[in-house]
Design a protein around this ligand. Structure first.
Ligand code: R5P
Length: 262
């Protein structure tokens, strides 16, 4: 039951639950990837099945596509949708300007394409993801497998010359083999500790041959919904400059939450 869930899981759940209030009938919705986004997909599925909500979902990974179909959401490709009303996704870090690090689950490339093709991007996160400066979470960059070590050396040399990085990047592994993204690429995690100029870093990284995309999301997120372990939720809208607080008191009664807690 719900009592067995950690405060972080409760925080993720309440942020996800609040986010589906922003989904309206007929919308084309980008569906993020990760543990927080998975709660959101389940909450949306419940609305589809029980309230007759009609939406089309564009998943950002094969994992999310599978979950969305399982819970009853109609899945279409981004090319079928062409443009999206809203994307809801998790994040590994967010700062006060709502710039993000994403890609802890390796889905940054599709996530960035989908979020950029949306009228609005809402991030859902537990309060532990909030930082003063991005970079404590290792910054993922997606690289082409061909010559990846040469790309890694180029990245490191360039960042050392910018005083951003010591020789400290790692190839993400899946057991004994490199982790492979949905697009067939590898991930390098850059251990930066603190990123001074995230906008400049994002541009420099994407200019390097072999780098497909980086996990910095600059000026893409419009709103973050922050969940707390006690059921409190804050909706922070960067464009409106507003913070709306509420509390979800349903934790013990919520069917979906109880089901997932078992
Ligand atoms: O590649 C993965 C995504 O960027 C996730 O949204 C991010 O890693 C956050 O995941 P979680 O909600 O599991 O912390």
């Amino acid at each position: 039951m719900s009592g067995e869930l950690s405060p972080i899981d409760k925080a993720k759940f309440v942020a996800a639950k609040r986010s589906v209030d922003f989904v309206e009938d007929g919308m084309r919705v980008g569906l993020g990837t990760g543990s927080t986004a998975a709660w959101m997909v389940r909450c949306l599925g419940e609305l589809v099945r029980e309230d007759g909500l009609r939406i089309k979902g564009v998943p950002t990974s094969t994992r999310t596509a599978q979950l969305a179909r399982e819970v009853g959401i109609e899945v279409i490709s981004l090319d079928e949708a062409k443009w999206l009303d809203l994307t809801i996704d998790g994040a590994d870090e967010f700062d006060s300007s709502l710039n993000l690090i994403k890609g802890g689950g390796g889905a940054l490339l599709q996530e960035k394409i989908v979020a950029t093709a949306s009228d609005q991007m809402i991030v859902i996160a537990d309060i532990g993801k909030q930082v003063d400066a991005l970079g404590a979470f290792p910054l993922p960059i997606e690289v082409i497998p061909f010559g990846w070590q040469t790309t890694q050396a180029l990245v490191e040399e360039t960042l050392i010359s910018m005083d951003v990085l010591g020789r400290n990047s790692t190839l993400r592994m899946n057991g004994q083999r490199p982790f492979v993204t949905d697009e067939g690429n590898y991930i390098l995690d850059l251990h930066l500790n603190r990123i001074g100029d995230a906008r400049q870093l994002a541009m420099v990284l994407n200019q390097m041959p072999g780098v497909v995309e980086n996990g910095l999301f600059i000026d893409i997120c419009d709103c973050v919904i922050v969940g707390f372990g006690d059921g409190r939720v804050e909706v922070r809208d960067i464009n409106a400059g507003t913070v709306e607080e509420s509390r979800l008191d349903f934790l013990e009664d919520d069917n979906l939450f109880s089901d997932l807690s078992d």
